[in-house]
Design a binder for this molecule. Structure first.
Ligand SMILES: Cc1ncc(COP(=O)(O)O)c(C=O)c1O
Length: 455
């Protein structure tokens, strides 16, 4: 039995309709090098989504490879419950040094969903310790915070979350400041601040009941790269202060340079009370997450043993030493390779490459912040009428891109580009050129009645 047959026989892939999967030939990635992936046939692909938004400095980055190999020879795992270890301690200090001011404590876990889950439980219990019952979370429509039940509860993506509704806890949902498709029906300019006004109305209406506002700062990734208008986050922080609500920022996707600064909230000079990190934390090598918080939140949990103010949460692989070693090396590469300093120049190259895509007849909107790009395909540019899901326009485009040597993933009708920060201007140009060709070719194929992926 070859690998692809075994895959189909034994595996259930995430976010995948397995009926379609079984009907297709799977792409099996065997190795990676730099900003490229190679399949089992030796074909090379540009990694246009940073292996699901995690890769930062490319594959097989020698500094990170060496750090993991070195750590393997010392200690691969030991629990963080009641014990500690050097890489976990060193990394916590480094994270606090790069984090926005005010964040002073690091609570580890191992993926983005749990980083958020922890943030929610921390916020809820914090108010309990303060003698207040605050059973509600305020969150944004179209938000995505992961797939565990708590994270889904504060999420707002109907497609992923509808089925689980009966299992979810109550939240208050504010409109996402999505100016291209304003939920309040407003024009671009007035949309963002009207959404912030609505946020204030909901805070005031539920005063004393909301534990925290939970949001992705600046960019709602999985919703289709919704880029918030400037000032929205700052206003959200001011409102949280005014109504005495904690601000939980989910930087699982936006963190570690993705938007051009180490953390997205730094664009607006905002510090959250709780910051959730994962994905890029290890440079895309190993699963690790961290939930950072303030001394104020931390101190609320201090007390005598029998008071049971302890934060009762933890995972078997919390702060895995190999992952912490990778994360330390990742932060070192940020410094040594001047990753953030090089971003403006690279962003300009990416923007230039997107110019032609913006003019394509099937493209309604191109949204970008840093190295997060969403290209929304529409049936009608004027009315913004979307393509019906059964036409699988996004899937058709990425299938075409694969043939041309580029791996990208769609979110419905939105084509997402999320290249590693180590991408060169030349690679960014190739990324845009192949994307442009793929959109044109896939759209022509639909007009000619051909199936996705057919020649
Ligand atoms: C903003 C955000 N939060 C949380 C998550 C969940 O992270 P994970 O897939 O590591 O659980 C994601 C994943 O895409 C995300 O984009």
């Amino acid at each position: 039995m070859d690998l692809s047959e075994k895959d189909k026989k034994y595996i259930w892939h995430p976010f995948t309709q397995m009926k379609d999967w079984e009907a297709e030939e799977p792409l099996v990635i065997e190795r990676g090098r730099g900003n490229y992936l190679y399949d089992t046939e030796g074909k090379r692909y540009l990694d246009g989504v940073s292996s699901l938004w995690v890769n930062v400095h490319g594959h097989r980055r020698k500094e990170i490879d060496s750090a993991i190999i070195k750590q393997v020879k010392i200690l691969s795992h030991s629990t963080f419950l009641g014990l500690s270890h050097p890489p976990g301690i060193e990394l916590a200090e480094k994270l606090i040094n790069v984090a926005p001011p005010g964040l002073r404590r690091v609570f580890y876990s191992d993926n983005g969903s749990t980083a958020v889950e922890i943030g929610l439980k921390m916020a809820y219990q914090y108010w309990g310790h303060k003698g207040e019952n605050r059973p509600l979370f305020l969150c944004l429509k179209e938000a995505y915070h992961g797939d565990t039940i708590g994270s889904v509860s504060v999420g707002g993506m109907e497609l992923f979350h509808e089925i689980f509704k009966p299992l979810l806890f109550n939240t208050v949902k504010a409109p996402a400041p999505f100016c291209y498709r304003c939920g309040l029906g407003l024009e671009m300019d007035s949309c963002g601040m009207a959404c912030a006004d609505e946020l204030e109305r909901l805070m005031s209406e539920n005063s004393g009941k909301i534990a925290a506002l939970v949001m992705e700062p600046l960019v709602q990734g999985a919703a289709g790269i919704i880029v918030h208008p400037e000032g929205y986050l700052r206003r959200a922080r001011e409102l949280c202060d005014k109504y005495n609500i904690l601000l939980v920022l989910d930087e699982v996707a936006t963190g570690f340079g993705r938007t051009g600064k180490m953390f997205a909230c730094q664009h607006e000079g905002v510090s959250p009370d709780i910051l959730c990190l994962a994905k890029g934390i290890t440079g895309g090598y190993l699963p690790l997450a961290a939930t950072l918080t303030t001394e104020d939140v931390y101190e609320a949990f201090l007390g005598d043993y029998a008071e049971f103010k302890t934060f009762f949460h933890g995972h078997s692989y919390t702060a895995n030493p190999l992952a912490c070693a990778a994360a330390l090396a990742n932060l070192e590469v940020f410094e040594n390779a001047r990753t953030l300093k090089l971003m403006p120049e690279k962003e300009a190259a990416l923007e230039e490459g997107l110019e032609r895509i913006k003019k394509l007849p099937h493209v309604g909107d191109v949204r970008r912040k840093g190295f997060m790009v969403g290209i929304e395909l529409v049936k009608d540019r004027k009315t913004k009428e979307p393509y019906p899901p059964n036409e699988k326009r996004g899937v058709r485009v990425i299938t075409e891109a694969r043939r041309l040597g580029l791996i990208i993933r769609p979110l419905g009708n939105v084509i997402v580009l999320m290249p590693p920060l180590s991408s060169t201007p030349r690679e960014l140009k190739t990324l845009c050129n192949i994307t442009e060709k793929s959109i044109t070719k896939a759209m022509q194929a639909v007009s000619n009645g051909r199936a996705p992926g057919s020649k």
